[in-house]
Write a protein that binds this ligand. Structure first.
Ligand code: NAP
Length: 277
């Protein structure tokens, strides 16, 4: 069953005609990633952008064809990559018929998208994050009411080409926004603060910043690649009476753990508030 599903998923992209609506940062990153990963070829992709310079840069980077507008796209799969406030106009320009829209527009629900696509068009909502721009994204996606396994597979393969992609119920998208959507900013200030600590301990600024960033990258890779619980990995480097346990005690005393828990929760609550307004 799993094998059959994987085979079907590969076919989804082999036959796909992808039309990119909005060839800015996220549209370009997803298409470049998908081509690099061999998920699709440039000949399967056409794109349009209201900004001619963005369209030209997209064509140069991907080798895809540029269309004059949405009507000129040759597509059965539309990748909606405009800012959220441009999405309604873009969806209104879609032709009716058997097609899917994969939307990365932050905060736009499947219900909102479905109310604006023509009859017969199915939707998948995605929440990528900025590290997708360097191929290290963490994204979630959820299906609209009419979306099929093939529609979900298409989203997973495109998002998976630029990082991790997980399918979740739509009710958890605010939590995803709070964690992986806002999380990069939390980690940036952690890296900055660790680098400041290094400078305080005498390291040159440039080396301190590189060491801090690489330490975060390495620790994340240890969690993902070993499958060990972070607490087990932490215990492995905290020797009795040593340097690491001295630092950990400081972090616990200053509430670092609860700060992160509350930061993610606050961002998720704010996402829900914005979605309701
Ligand atoms: N960047 C990220 O890391 C990130 C992370 C998570 C989610 N997202 C989501 O991804 C979406 C795109 O973000 P982005 O950063 O890639 O934005 P961007 O770089 O501004 O790209 C969007 C492009 O779409 C164009 N556009 C607007 N309306 C259009 C239409 N009707 N037809 C064709 N093109 C149209 C815009 O042109 P004009 O500038 O001329 O309007 C712009 O070039 C957003 O909805 C955002 O919420 C982005």
């Amino acid at each position: 069953m799993a094998l059959a599903r994987r085979g079907a998923a590969t076919l989804v992209c082999r036959d796909m005609k992808l039309g990119v609506i909005g060839c800015g940062k996220m549209g370009s990153a997803l298409v470049e990633g998908a081509i690099r990963a061999g998920v699709i070829t440039a000949s399967q992709v056409s794109g349009c952008d209201s900004h001619p310079a963005a369209a030209a840069a997209f064509a140069a980077a991907t080798g895809a064809r540029i269309a004059d507008g949405i009507a000129g796209l040759d597509a059965d799969t539309y990748l909606l990559c405009t800012k959220p406030h441009h999405a309604a106009a873009a969806l209104a320009a879609l032709p009716a018929g058997d097609a899917r829209v994969i939307s990365v527009a932050a905060g736009l629900t499947t219900g909102w998208l479905e109310a604006r696509v023509p009859a017969g068009v199915r939707v998948v909502r995605c929440m990528p994050n900025t590290p997708a721009l360097v191929g290290k994204g963490a994204a979630a996606y959820c299906r609209g009411a009419g979306a099929s396994d093939a529609d979900a597979d298409a989203a997973r393969l495109l998002l998976g080409a630029v990082g991790l992609a997980v399918e979740l119920p739509e009710s958890l998208m605010d939590a995803v926004t709070g964690l992986s959507g806002s999380g990069p900013a939390f980690v940036y200030i952690m890296i900055e603060a660790m680098a400041d600590g290094g400078v305080r301990a005498g390291l040159p600024r440039a080396e301190s910043l590189k060491l801090a960033a690489q330490t975060v990258l390495g620790a994340a890779a240890m969690v993902l690649e070993t499958g060990l619980h972070p607490a087990a990995l932490k215990d492995m480097v905290a020797s009795p009476g040593g340097t690491t346990i001295a630092g950990l005690a400081e972090l616990e005393q200053r509430g670092m753990r609860s700060s992160f828990i509350e930061a993610v929760h606050a961002a998720a609550r704010r996402s829900a508030e914005l979605g309701a307004s």
